[in-house]
Write a protein that binds this ligand. Structure first.
Ligand SMILES: *[C@@H]1O[C@H](CO)[C@@H](O)[C@H](O)[C@H]1NC(C)=O
Length: 148
């Protein structure tokens, strides 16, 4: 193999590796937004929203509880990983951040018994502090809990 060919294939591999790492991290972030963010969502939208979440991420079973941030917006959530949050310590879980201000959160609670589809939910809405996990790119990747 010529030197140019070797260099080219190395370069291609490098680009591929970087692309994979970046999209892997962003996939976690997209999954977080899919499950835990819907701007302006109402409590009566829980059934519709959880239908999609359970089908995409929960193998069609009914997740017992899910929190969805509905205000102010995704930029404010992202900022919790940076200046709008502080580190939060909890045994065994790394990179947790607690928000410095409250978010409007809709909590969807499963009301059935079988745990099987079609899943029915009851929703409540409140302004709460959120605790989330962030990755090394300062993107939210996990919703831990929220509190008053
Ligand atoms: C989603 O809604 C469809 C249509 O009502 C229903 O057949 C399906 O079982 C639901 N899936 C879940 C996971 O609730």
């Amino acid at each position: 193999m010529s030197l140019i060919m070797k260099t080219t294939s190395c370069l291609l591999l490098l680009i591929l590796a970087i692309t994979c790492t970046v999209t892997g991290r962003d996939r976690q972030y997209r999954k977080f937004l899919d499950q835990h963010y819907k701007y302006g969502m109402r409590t009566r939208d829980c059934n519709k929203k959880m239908n999609v979440t359970n089908e995409l991420y929960n193998a069609n079973k009914c997740k017992p509880l899910n929190s969805i941030i509905t205000k102010p917006n995704w930029r404010e959530i992202k900022a919790v990983c940076d200046g709008a949050g502080r580190s939060f310590h909890m045994a065994g879980i790394r990179n947790l951040r607690e928000s410095l201000h409250r978010f409007e959160v809709v909590t969807c609670e499963y009301t059935g018994e079988s745990g099987k589809a079609p899943c029915k939910y009851e929703g409540t809405k409140e302004w709460r502090y959120i605790v989330i996990a962030c990755n090394e790119k300062k993107l939210p990747v996990h919703y831990q809990f929220d509190h008053n």
